[in-house]
Design a protein around this ligand. Structure first.
Ligand code: FES
Length: 105
């Protein structure tokens, strides 16, 4: 995954945006990355990867791997098809699109 690839496919947030958000806003917890254009607040698929970016940004000794862009997108589709989360355009009529019982902490 390159810097300009989308890490949050629901809200089209690139890895670069998240890294810059961490650098500028200095969030204390990975869950605060939701403040970066809503990253992680859709289907929930990207949350483990947002946590990786957070860890990398706060500890340069960690070496986190990411799947290819194609694999990343396919795995997200599987995540949604399995009912673990809904893309924002599939949100319930109450407007909720958040994965249940799943947090970024
Ligand atoms: S890909 Fe980020 S919330 Fe769905």
């Amino acid at each position: 995954m390159n810097l300009d690839d989308e890490i949050c496919l629901c809200f089209h947030v690139t890895k670069r945006k998240v890294i810059n958000f961490v650098r500028v806003e200095k969030p204390r917890r990975a869950s605060q990355l939701a403040g970066c254009f809503g990253a992680g607040t859709g289907c929930g698929w990207c949350r483990p990867f947002l946590e990786k970016v957070f860890r990398q940004s706060t500890d340069s000794t960690t070496d986190e791997s990411f799947p290819s862009v194609e694999e990343y997108s396919q795995l997200r589709q599987q995540h949604i098809r399995s009912g673990k989360g809904k893309a924002p355009d599939q949100a319930d009529s109450d407007g909720s699109s958040h994965a249940e019982n799943d947090t970024l902490d």
